[in-house]
Design a protein around this ligand. Structure first.
Ligand code: HAM
Length: 418
């Protein structure tokens, strides 16, 4: 027997109500904030991600699904969505449009991670990117959009974690301070952190190993080394968030797992579980478009993990709208009745009535049991007598009442109820 590959999951019909609820709210949120939808390919040149997400990151070093196609092109399944959107922004000359250009996407994302609750090798994101504007006012808008999205789904018990990691002017000073701080502590660090110390000391703040966490608690904070511009940007953002009544947790250890961030970084974390189970995250990436060959263009965005939202909706017992039930179930007995059933179903669907026709030749009892299981509000029963009379027997599935009715009358009745 085959099984779905480790770290992947089937989304079964009974789960779909959650996915439709989330996607519907995501589209509503995107519309309210003026974002247009973009879809990009599931794979790209691997170097797009190496360059943007960064050589020293876990995503690039350990998690990309890399492959060569039959023409020897080095490709990767997308391990995130931002780089692809920036590539499309440049490729399609969106830098010539009025800025910022605001785009949203639903994307399946592939990372070779250690699977656990809420952590998959293929997961799905709803993401938003606003490209071409450097004002902290946009940061506040993007953050409030992310929070409104979560509230609109009925989710509670999450908090906004916020930090600024500075820019290429001030970050090297913080990095140097981190190196000086960590050098004497090397003995207590995990193997990954020893490498991180050489490649990107910022990453040490993010390590989840207990020994490294202790060391990170007292490590120098990026906010203490911001240049004037980054400091002002962060202060203005806080000012806007306060004006919008948005509460936040200043988290000096929030650095995010991707290298392209500058200035503002943020995460939406459930009250229990911390950054390992973040519902969403994002930040500014003012250097990324230039790194990909464009002119310097500031930008900010965020993405949320749909599987994690589903987990939280369930654990918080949020009631989501149920699936649409068929209006009519047609039960039929005998060859002539089967033909009538198909014809009546086609005519009802033309009138926008949802119909399930019983196929095969089970007993009437079995067919009506199925009508109950699928939740049809009524059933039309067709046997030899009905075929002869040119009628159907309409049964109310709630109270069992039956009436003989002409197909045209049935169509008028059901289509008026839509
Ligand atoms: P990220 O934090 O790597 O950011 O992923 C965004 C969200 O995707 C996470 O907060 C989490 O909810 C979900 N997620 C990540 N990995 C997994 C996984 N293995 N299984 C299930 N869910 C997962 C980004 O990807 C950035 N591109 C976000 C961004 C957009 N920054 C700026 N614009």
């Amino acid at each position: 027997m085959f099984k779905a590959p480790r770290g992947t999951a089937d989304i079964l019909p009974e789960e779909q109500v959650y996915w439709r609820h989330i996607e519907g709210k995501a589209e509503d949120t995107a519309r309210l904030y003026g974002y247009g939808r973009i879809d990009t390919p599931a794979f790209e040149d691997a170097s797009l991600f190496t360059r943007s997400v960064g050589e020293g990151t876990d995503i690039v070093n350990k998690e990309m699904y890399l492959f060569k196609d039959r023409s020897d092109n080095e490709l990767s399944l997308r391990p995130e969505g931002t780089a692809s959107v920036c590539r499309a922004y440049l490729e399609h000359g969106m830098d010539n449009l009025p800025q910022p250009v605001k785009l949203f996407y639903f994307a399946d994302i592939f990372r070779y991670e250690r699977p656990q609750a809420g952590r998959y090798r293929q997961h799905h994101q709803f993401g938003c990117e606003a490209i071409g504007e450097g004002s902290p006012m946009l940061d506040a808008e993007v953050i409030s959009m992310a929070l409104n999205f979560f509230s609109s789904m009925g989710l509670m018990n999450f908090s906004l974690h916020l930090n600024s990691i500075g820019c290429k002017k001030c970050r090297p000073i913080h990095m140097q301070k981190l190196k000086e701080y960590y050098d004497p502590l090397k003995k207590g660090l995990c193997e990954d952190c020893l490498i991180r110390l050489e490649k990107n000391p910022l990453r040490l703040l993010d390590c989840k190993k207990p020994g490294c966490q202790e060391a990170a608690d007292a490590a120098p904070k990026s906010a203490d080394f911001l240049c004037e511009e980054c400091h002002q940007h962060f202060q203005s953002l806080i000012h806007y968030l306060q004006a919008l009544d948005i509460s936040y947790v200043l988290n000096p250890r929030l650095v995010r797992g991707l290298d392209y961030y500058t200035k503002t970084v943020f995460e939406i974390q459930p009250l229990e579980g911390g950054s390992q189970s973040a519902l969403g995250g994002g930040g500014r990436y003012d250097d990324l478009i230039a790194m990909l060959g464009g002119k310097p263009t500031p930008a900010i965005g965020f993405a949320t993990g749909i599987e994690r939202i589903v987990l939280n909706l369930k654990s918080q017992n949020v009631v989501v709208p149920g699936p649409a039930k068929p209006t009519l179930f047609i039960a039929c007995m005998g060859d002539a009745a089967r033909i009538e059933a198909l014809k009546i179903a086609a005519s009802l669907r033309d009138a926008n009535v949802s119909v399930i026709v019983s196929t095969g030749d089970r007993s009437l009892k079995a067919q009506l049991r199925q009508a109950n299981t699928v939740g049809a509000t009524s059933a039309a029963i067709i046997g030899d007598d009905e075929v002869k009379a040119g009628t159907v027997m309409l049964r109310n599935m709630e109270n069992g009442e039956q009436q003989e009715i002409q197909p045209e009358e049935l169509k008028r009745l059901l289509s008026s109820q839509q």
